[in-house]
Design a protein around this ligand. Structure first.
Ligand code: ZN
Length: 241
């Protein structure tokens, strides 16, 4: 049977190739306008933390690990209050990027971290912690307790292992949470079990995996029994344990 690519319909020549091209062109135009309305799914659109989380959000965040000016531009564009502190340190503990969030409920203080860690913290609070606090406790988070961001040391304090992400404050260790209704949640005391506090902690860990490149919890090893370790290590896309 002979394949015909065109045939006459009345006065018009009906060419299948033209119809296919028109369909493809229509899909491209439609897809572009859809992406323009959904920048969170558009890998080329600048990251804005006011947009909801989308397919491209984490990839765009990970790309900021090598670009401090672009990272700070995201905070500015998103109207997130922050301060830029002067670089300090030497060698492996040199900190060129010291970004301090202005209104984050960290306790006992708000340490300067790298900018990508600060953005991941913002996304974690907005997309995971706040909805979880509302869903599980019907409350709001008033305090996020931590063990610090910066520590000039190698991993696990060893003499000759690889340097910790804490050496440049590209990491943060979270130990617990306080809710507005007085509920206190501790990683050390509440990780195990089936209750609401354990559920909160496990889901908080899982949600962090969509923002940080490394997430280590008590499930990983005994060294993390009392805290969740988050960092923005540039070597991988996601480690979630
Ligand atoms: Zn840590």
């Amino acid at each position: 049977m002979k394949l015909t690519l065109s045939r006459h319909i009345g006065k018009f020549i009906f060419d299948r190739r033209i119809v296919i091209l028109l369909i493809i062109a229509g899909l491209l135009v439609g897809g572009r306008s859809w992406l323009a309305e959904h920048p969170q799914h558009d890998p080329w659109a600048a990251l804005d933390l006011n947009d909801p989380k989308g397919w491209a959000t984490q990839r765009k965040l990970l790309a900021l690990r090598d670009d401090v000016p672009a990272c700070r531009a995201v905070l500015t564009r998103s109207n997130v209050a922050f301060a830029v502190l002067d670089p300090v340190g030497e060698g492996e503990c040199r900190r060129d990027d010291r970004t301090q969030l202005g209104a984050y409920p960290l306790s006992p203080d708000t340490p300067a971290t790298t900018c990508p860690v600060a953005i991941a913290m913002e996304l974690w609070k907005r997309d995971t912690l706040n909805p979880l606090a509302q869903e599980i406790f019907g409350s709001k988070i008033t305090r996020i307790e931590h063990l610090g961001a910066y520590s000039c040391r190698r991993m696990y304090g060893s003499e000759d292992g690889p340097w910790s992400e804490h050496a440049t404050a590209n990491a943060l260790d979270i130990t617990g949470f306080m809710m507005a209704d007085g509920t206190r949640i501790s990683v050390l005391n509440d990780w195990k079990g089936e209750g609401p506090r354990a559920r909160f902690l496990h889901q908080a860990r899982d949600g962090a995996c969509g923002a940080f490149s490394t997430v280590l919890s008590p499930d990983y090893n005994a060294a993390h029994a009392d805290h969740l370790h988050f960092d923005m290590d540039g070597r991988w896309i996601s480690v979630c344990r």
